[in-house]
Design a protein around this ligand. Sequence first.
Ligand code: PMP
Length: 439
Amino acid sequence: SDERSRSELLYDRAQHVMPGGCSRNTVLRKPHPFYVDFGSGCYVTDLDGNRRIDFANNMASLIHGHANEAIVAAVSAQLRRGTAFTLATEQEVLYAEEMVDRSDSFEKIRFVNSGTEAVMSCLKAARAYTGRPKIAKVEGAYHGLYDFAEVSQTSNPGNWGDAAQPASVPVAHGTPQSTLNDVVVIPFNDAARSIEILEKHVADLACILLDLVPHRIGLVPAQKEYVQALRRWTKKNNVLLVCDEVITFRCGFGGAQEHLDVSPDLTAMGKMIGGGFPVGAIAGSSAVMEVMNPLKSPVLFPHSGTFSANPVTMTAGRVAMQLFDRSAVDALNALGSTARQQLTEAISVAGVAACVTGSGSMFRILMKPEAPANYRSAYASAAENQILQSFLDYVTANGILLIGTGAGMLSTAMGQKEIDQLCETALAGFRHLKANGGL
Ligand code: PMP
C-alpha cells in the first residue's frame, strides 16, 4: 500500500466526507484528482512531486499564474490589517474606479463573490429594470448555477427539441417547470432563427444573456453579425443585453465586447478580476444599475452579500488588473494566437481528426475534424470523449495541465518556451493516440 500516491490516499479519504470526494467537479480526474502542493508562476507541483505547466489556471481565473509577487505582497499587507469588515473600505472605491475606466459600457459597478452570483444579479437587475419575467439565453451556454441561467445544457440529445426552436430543458433534477417557462432558448450564431424565437416572447422578455466565446459550445467565438443583430433587436424592443464576460473579459482591456463593437446594458464578470481570490462583478449603464440603489424608495432590487467587495479581493484584483494593462492584454492575445497556430500545425503534422478553437488568450483542442457551429455540433460522442481523455492522460503524464474539456488558458507568467513545450507534447500525444488506433 505504500506504492499508492499521496493524491490517491487523499482521494480515498475525501470520498468519505464529500459527494464525489470534492466540492467542485472540475478538479476530478480519473482514477483520482491530483492534490496540489504549491504553485509558482506558470508551474504547479502536486503532492507527489510532479511539476506541470499550468494551462488550467484555476479555470481561467489566474491571469498572472500562481503566487505573483506583486499580488502576494499587496495581499499580505492587507491580511495583517483585516480581511472583512461591516464598514466600507477605500480598496473597494479604488478598484471600482479602475474597473469603470476599462470600458465605456461600465458606468457603474458592484462587486460580488462569484461568476454565478454576478450572472444572477444581472438577470435580477434586468427583470427589476424592465418589470418583465423572462430571460433568453443561447442553447448550451454555461453561466453558472442560478436556476434560470443554467437551463438548456442537458447532455441528453433526446431532450434537445427541434433545432429551430431549442427546448427549455433543466440541468438539475427538480428544477421547477415555472423556471423553464421563463427561459427562452436561442441557437448560437443564428441571428434569423434567434430573432424569430425572441419575437414570440418580446412582451415578457427582460434580457438576452450572451457569452461572447462560450466554452461549452466548443470555445467558438460569437460572430460579430450575430452579436450586433441581437443588440439591434434588443434596442428596438427595449430588452436588455447582458454579456457574460466571466471568462472572456481577458480577451480585451474592456473585455471581448471591445472587439465585437458591442455595448451591452450589463456585463457579468468574475474569475481573473479577483487576482486569484473569489470574485464577481456586475457593471453597466447607470440607468440600469440604479435598480440596486438602496437610497431609492422603493428599492427595485435589494442587493447584498457578506463578503462582497472584501478588501483582500479588492486589493488582489486591483493589482492584477493594473498589471493586465493594454500592452499586457495585447501580448497575451498574441501568445494565444501563436498557441492556436502551433497546435493546429501539430494536428496537421500528426494527421489526426482534431481542431483548435478559441480566441484571445484561450484555446481548446477538440477531437473533431472541424470547429462546431453550435451546441449540437459541439456535442462530443462517447468515442470522442474517450479519445480526449486518452489525450489528456498523455499530456498530463508529460508535464502539461489542461482543463478537462481540452481547453487551455494562458497566463502572463508564460512565454514562447511554454507554448513550444505545450505544442511538442500535444504533437507527441496525437501521434501516440494515432499509433494506438485512437484517432
Ligand atoms: N459564466 C461563465 C461563462 C463561466 O465560465 C463561469 C464559470 N466557469 C460562470 C459564469 C460561473 O462562475 P463561478 O464559477 O465563479 O460561479
